[in-house]
Ligand binder design. Sequence first.
Ligand code: GAR
Length: 212
Amino acid sequence: MKKIVILISGRGSNLSSILEAHSKKAWKATILKVISNRPDAFGIEIARGYGIPVEVIDHEKFLTRAEFDQALYAAVESLGTDLVVLAGFMRILPDFFVTHFSGRLMNIHPSLLPSFTGLRTHRQALDQGVKFHGATVHFVTNEMDVGPIIAQGVVPVQLNDTEESLSQRVLKIEHIIYVQAIEWFINDQIEIHEGIVSINPPSPQSFSIVGD
Ligand code: GAR
């Protein structure tokens, strides 16, 4: 059984789709805990609804960033975690954390990386007039929004899109690709060679939503 810890900061829609998949599929995995750095994150209620233990490690309660980082690391490491899933976790993890969990620390980013790193990715996409946008699941490295790409999902950009409408379309594909990437990890299907991820046995790593 793979031991999974999920880190969140907010709404928790990715968390919700992962917990739903975990409850319905026969994954050889235990979701040990959901950790939130915000006491008011809606995702906390979602986790409780699935009976998953929740821990709040509120970054505002720590005097220094280093103390928060250390508390988070201790909480995750003490559980013997195999996979750390960042599901809308909006804190930058320190190098020692990323290095320790290298190859078993996943993130989802709402853009087709390497395009549109950072924040407000849907605004960036609209401002550039791109016709396709999407989301990426990748392993985390010490550079922000960079790291071996496990899966990508593409959605069309419509002429009348707003940040809100585009983000809703991207969210649908996020929920598909994150569940798939986690399932591959649980089944030991992920191989990384010189920074490139492949799936064994081979499986498409690109996904798309054609309509609305
Ligand atoms: C998602 O869109 C996720 O891709 C993004 O935050 C949102 C969280 O939503 N993550 C990042 O921007 C990380 N750089 P959720 O809480 O409903 O899953």
